[in-house]
Structure formats: C-alpha cells, structure tokens
Design a protein around this ligand. Structure first.
Ligand code: RTP
Ligand code: MG
Length: 136
C-alpha cells in the first residue's frame, strides 16, 4: 500500500555534509520526495514533534541537539514507505545499527543518529500535518 512518511535529516546530517548521501539512499530505493524543507526549528517545534518523549530523561539533550542547527524535513512516498524508511534508517543506536543502514554506516551515536522516520501510520499523519500543513 502506498504510504507517506515524515523524515528528518537531523542537524548532524547537515553539519557533516551527509544530506546528499542520505537522500540518495532513499531515492535509490525508489521512494519519491513529495515535500522538502531546510529549516532551523525552535524548542516549541521540537516539543511538538517529540511529544511522546518530552517527559523522558533523554529528552532535554535531544531537544538541544535537534535545535542546534538547521535540519532538512521531507515527506517520502512509496509502497510501505513507513516501514521501508525505518529499515533503511536502522536501529536507533548507531553503534548497534546494522551495516548497510544509514545509521549503521554513518553514525556512532545513540542521539546524533542522522535521521528520523515516522513509526506508524498514525505518527506519519500527525507529523506530516505538523511539518507540512499545506501539503495536499
Ligand atoms: P526517530 O524517532 O528519530 O526516528 O528514532 P527512533 O524511533 O529510532 O528512536 P526514538 O525512541 O523515537 O527516540 C527518538 C530520538 O531520541 C534520541 N534518543 N536518545 N537514550 C538516549 O540518549 C536516546 N534515546 C533516543 C535519538 O536521536 C532518537 O532517534
Ligand atoms: Mg521515534
């Protein structure tokens, strides 16, 4: 089933010059970019995006990280896009993520792990509406 999912190329991806590398992986897989924006978010936007995590111990440094510089937000579309993107991203902790995945190949951190991908159809709908309210 064709799905849309919200992806973030987090500030570490922009700082490290890995935007092209990561986008190329998604495109090569066959996913289509249907929206894309370079953006530096504030704490309120970080809190809205990570609403499920705001009370967690790991959230304050995560907020600092995601607001530390510009990121690239995009919507990808394709067959089973939500699950496919999370498989390409790899496990959350870059030190444990499998080689061949974005995090497994390019990240050595549990926080600065380059990418975000929506984790369910409900999350994708909420996150796409939050980041791209004008997307039809
Ligand atoms: P994401 O939401 O970014 O796609 O990543 P995920 O589903 O694999 O991981 P999630 O559990 O949703 O955590 C969101 C982001 O928080 C940071 N994190 N830090 N213990 C920690 O220090 C810790 N745990 C998670 C990561 O940046 C993770 O992607
Ligand atoms: Mg998550």
């Amino acid at each position: 089933m064709t799905q849309r999912t919200l992806v973030l190329l987090k500030p570490d991806a922009v700082r490290r010059g890995l935007v092209g590398n990561v986008l190329a992986r998604f495109e090569a897989k066959g996913l289509s970019i249907v929206a894309l924006e370079h953006r530096h978010i504030d704490a309120a936007m970080a809190d809205a995006h990570y609403a499920e995590h705001v009370e967690r111990d790991f959230y304050p440094p995560l907020r600092t990280f995601v607001t530390s510089g510009p990121l690239v937000a995009l919507v990808l579309e394709g067959d089973e896009a939500i699950e496919v993107v999370r498989a390409l991203n790899g496990a959350t902790d870059g030190r444990k993520a499998a080689p061949g995945t974005i995090r497994g190949d390019l990240s050595l951190s549990n926080r600065e792990n380059l990418v975000h991908g929506s984790d369910s159809p409900e999350s994708a709908e909420r996150e796409i509406a939050l980041w791209f309210p004008n997307l039809g």
